[in-house]
Design a binder for this molecule. Structure first.
Ligand code: FES
Length: 576
């Protein structure tokens, strides 16, 4: 055993006397031989595994592959659980708990004898949650996402998780599909381990982790059940030991240049609007200057290259076989749209990693010369008197004819209030109506759930109308589509202008001009504000109270105010 190798872990396992005996002895109860305490890097493997988070349920197996790599490279791997956030089951929304996962994982990494960490994530919030934790501890870290499910197959066609659900719901409500058919179809959609296989939030965030340089090339796209997923995990285990030896930490990788890469890649893949929230929160942990407007300005020159649902046709499995994210990043790099020098966990720059990346299918991954959608059709940031601090809209998921629209508001204080009347044949609504659903923000719901793309009123569905403008202070699933203005900030629950809108008010949406205007005069708005009452608190105790009292608005990534920034990885005081 080395007395002190300079590693954090040596301050536990390298100790002599009573302390050292305590640290080592209980670890040996697991059957480790004494050589594991010889000063080799101790690598934590944070596993967000749970049967309650089906997208992550295989991560325990992925961890076994990581361990092989760590042993191979001369490290000592130790797997530990971190809060598993399953998007589909958790109420009121998994987003309420993203910051709790980040806080839990951060504290576990700092309090334990770890020299580096491998982050195993999959479902939407687990990827940003673990990255935020790693950023605030700033220990060497590599991410391995769990990979997408195999493509869904229903009646001879590919169906995308999430995206198909929205479509089937419309079919059901308009009578074109029976409940029995829906029940059969749902079994055909999610048919393997893995996260959603559309370009939803999980695929987007996996791609963001790769674009930021925090996971190995191709890691975002190997299907969850593909042997190469496990091969990559093993490689990541080898890589983390090298990163510890080189002391290459997240703060050196996730720089402003890396975030610029991520934002451009998000535009190129037609990624989820949720990336905006998560990247802003992550940048806040690292002290990297990043604003909501960066997402608009940096993405304006970038066309959508990837033809994936919900904006396009194909699924993540197709994306993988077509060449994966490196093929996209190579296109961007060759056009000068990538900061190629941004260092990554490979030890090389983002450009070098993808310089020889082939594309095998131009139907799925288009070229910059012939893109899937032209530049400027990605996420747009809107401002105006209805969203003074900003709102976003995913243009590629919107109907082009609605991107400039003036209509009268039909206002609801919750999604349930809307759904209570959505099937009413006498509902006063037509294709020009703007449905406003509010009190769905970080503080309002609480947790900023994915409820903004409320299904269309039945009356309109029966007329064959498939899209109208909707405005909300909540989020939208990355698998969803529609002309939906999201993340309206400040949210209604903090007294933002959205709280003052009344049914019948005129609203003007002008996406090319990046504006969202409530056509009500300042005096009238002041009168309404004077009569506005804030909603009652959601909780008198516990996490929800802490969250609602400290959560920041969407334009700051909805992190908690006291979690912004980093505390580093200094070894805490001895426990004995
Ligand atoms: Fe987990 Fe979609 S529900 S990734």
């Amino acid at each position: 055993m080395t007395a002190n190798s300079g590693l954090r872990s040596a301050q536990w396992f390298g100790e002599t006397g009573r302390s050292g005996m305590v640290y080592r002895s209980w670890m040996r109860s697991q059957g480790f031989t004494p050589e594991v305490f010889d000063g080799r890097p101790v690598i934590g493997i944070a596993t967000t595994w749970s049967e309650l988070a089906p997208c992550n349920v295989h991560l325990h197996r992925v961890a076994e592959s990581v361990k092989r790599g760590v042993w191979q490279a001369g490290g000592f791997p130790l797997e530990f659980p971190a809060m598993a956030l399953g998007e589909t089951l958790m109420r009121p929304t998994a987003m309420l708990y993203r910051n709790l996962l980040a806080m839990e994982a951060e504290e576990l990494m700092r309090a334990n004898p770890l020299d580096g960490v491998v982050l195993l994530s999959g479902c939407d919030k687990t990827t940003p949650g673990l990255l935020m934790a790693a950023a605030s501890v700033d220990l060497p870290a590599v991410m391995v996402t769990g990979g997408p499910m195999l493509s869904g197959k229903y009646q001879g066609t590919d169906v995308g998780s999430g995206t198909a659900v929205w479509r089937w719901e419309e079919e059901l409500r308009s009578g074109r599909m029976t409940q029995e058919e829906c029940a059969f179809a749902e079994g055909c959609m999610a048919r393997s381990n893995g996260h959603c296989m559309t370009m939803g939030t999980a695929s987007t965030m996996a791609s963001m982790a790769e674009a930021l340089g925090m996971q190995l090339p191709y890691s975002a796209t190997w299907p969850a059940v593909d042997a190469r997923r496990f091969e990559t995990a093993q490689r990541a285990g080898q890589v983390i030991v090298g990163l510890v030896r080189d002391d290459l930490r997240p703060s050196a990788i996730m720089t402003r240049a890396a975030f610029e890469n991520a934002i451009r890649v998000n535009a190129a893949i037609g990624g989820s609007t949720n990336a905006v929230i998560h990247l802003l929160a992550l940048a806040g942990r690292l002290g990297v200057p990043l604003s909501l407007d960066d997402f608009d300005t940096l993405a304006r020159d970038v066309p959508t290259l990837v033809n994936l649902q919900p904006s396009g046709e194909y699924l993540m499995e197709d994306f993988c076989y077509a060449g994966g994210l490196p093929a996209v990043m190579r296109e961007l790099d060759e056009a000068g749209l990538l900061n190629g020098d941004a260092i990554t966990v490979t030890g090389s720059g983002a450009g070098a990693n993808v310089a020889a990346a082939p594309c095998w299918n131009r139907e799925v991954i288009k070229s910059l010369a012939e893109p899937f959608q032209p530049a400027g059709t990605g996420t747009a940031v809107l401002r105006g008197n209805l969203a003074p601090d900003g709102a976003v809209i995913k243009q590629s998921a919107s109907s082009p004819h609605l991107l400039q629209h003036r209509g009268q508001a039909l206002v609801f204080d919750s999604p349930s209030a809307y759904y209570a009347v959505a099937d009413d044949p006498d509902l006063d609504v037509d294709e020009n109506t703007v449905i406003v659903v509010r009190y769905c923000g970080p503080r309002g719901y609480p947790g900023m759930p994915e409820v903004s793309n409320v299904a269309l009123p039945k009356k309109l569905l029966l007329r064959g109308i498939r899209d109208i403008v909707r405005i909300c202070d909540g989020r939208m699933s990355g698998t969803a589509y529609g002309t939906v203005v999201l993340h309206v900030t400040p949210e209604a629950a903090t007294g933002g202008p959205l709280a003052l809108v009344r049914t019948g008010d005129w609203i003007h949406l002008d996406v090319p001009a990046r504006s969202l205007t409530l056509e009500v005069g300042d005096e009238e708005l002041a009168r309404r504000r004077a009569g506005w009452q804030p909603p009652a608190p959601h909780a008198s105790r516990g996490w929800t109270r802490l969250y609602t009292e400290h959560v920041l608005q969407a334009d700051s990534g909805a992190d908690l105010d006291f979690l912004v920034g980093a505390s580093g990885h200094e070894v805490p005081r001895d426990s004995h």
